[in-house]
Ligand binder design. Structure first.
Ligand SMILES: Nc1ncnc2c1ncn2[C@@H]1O[C@H](COP(=O)(O)OP(=O)(O)OP(=O)(O)O)[C@@H](O)[C@H]1O
Length: 313
């Protein structure tokens, strides 16, 4: 288990030097930056509060959660502060960037099975911890799985995470719009269209009927953490890019079973993160060094990759 850094990171923008852009999202831009007093490279996510749906207090609470959380597979924020109309979240810099980014840049056909098993096993460890602490991540997706140069894997972005024990309006309001469409359980049909050719015929109809179910509000009827299990299943498909890993070879039975278990219509019947971690599929997982070798070797620096991809888009 990592130790929470004793270092107190400065909360004044003047103490940071922003370098190049390394990522962007709906309402934020992420920069590689230097923390001048510590001479340490960090990543800073600058959120434009005017573009955010969430209230400022809500975001602050989430960042606070992010700074209190302490698990080797969860991204820990150093600090956060506001500057004009933006919120700066200072985090460790992960030079590999996100899995989504790496896929787009160097693995457009998706990752191979041992890579997927290794990545997902690490993400699942983070979910076991979060769920055990009473949190739901609510935005599990390839874009939120970060990798550092050693192949260490971190689940990032608590922008939409919620506490399962929150009650009343906050929990309810979160259930209405947070999360990323497709990965969140409220928009599965978009992804359903994308993977309609996919070989998991037996879960396709479950996905379809699930859409019907969401028309009614039944959040209280199932364990909230199972929403993350759904997104986890979608992320597994995302990493395999809509086809079975090693699809030129005999189909991967354990991958198919694991995804099917996550994408069960009835949330109560989805496995808990703890149970899922024991699934046979994760026995294919390897070491972090293997991951670094397989997906990071030979890649250009993150900022350069980001620039190149932006030109293509
Ligand atoms: N600490 C970090 N180190 C390195 N790269 C990062 C870091 N944090 C974010 N990034 C990069 O920036 C990208 C955008 O991050 P952000 O959290 O805004 O994205 P997102 O969750 O994909 O977008 P959205 O906010 O739309 O859901 C990530 O996908 C990743 O490539």
């Amino acid at each position: 288990m990592e130790h929470v850094s004793e270092k107190k990171f400065p909360v004044d923008p003047k103490d940071y030097k922003l370098y190049e852009e390394i990522g962007d999202g709906v309402s934020a831009t992420v920069y590689r930056a230097l923390c001048i007093p510590y001479n340490e490279v960090v990543a800073i996510k600058v959120l434009d509060l005017e573009k955010c749906n969430n209230d400022l207090d809500g975001i602050r609470r989430e960042v606070k959660t992010m700074s209190l959380i302490n698990h080797p597979n969860l991204l820990h924020a150093h600090c956060s502060f506001t500057s004009d109309t933006s919120l700066w979240v200072v985090m460790p810099y992960f030079s590999g960037g996100s899995c989504l980014h790496i896929m787009k840049y160097a693995h457009p056909e998706g990752f191979e099975e041992p890579v997927i098993a290794t990545l997902l096993r690490e993400v699942l460890k983070a979910l076991v911890y979060l769920h055990g602490q009473g949190h739901i991540h609510r935005d599990v997706k390839a874009g939120n799985i970060l990798i550092d140069a050693n192949g260490d894997v971190k689940l990032a972005d608590f922008g939409v995470s919620a506490c399962m024990f929150d009650s009343g309006d906050r929990q309810r309001s979160r259930n209405t719009f947070v999360g990323t469409p497709c990965w969140s359980i409220t928009y599965p049909f978009l992804f359903f269209l994308q993977i309609s050719y996919f070989y998991l015929n037996d879960v396709i109809w479950s996905l379809y009927w699930y859409v019907e179910d969401i028309l009614g509000s039944f959040w209280d009827l199932f364990p909230p953490s199972r929403a993350d299990i759904w997104s986890f299943g979608i992320t597994a498909l995302e990493l395999a890019h809509g086809h079975a890993p090693f699809s030129k070879h005999p189909p991967m039975k354990s991958f198919k079973e694991m995804v099917a278990a996550c994408l069960v219509k009835d949330p109560k019947k989805r496995p808990s993160s703890e149970k899922l971690l024991k699934h046979n599929f994760f026995k294919n997982g390897r070491t972090n060094e293997y991951l670094a070798r397989m997906i990071l070797d030979g890649l250009a620096p993150l900022g350069e990759r980001f620039r190149e991809l932006k030109v293509i888009v």
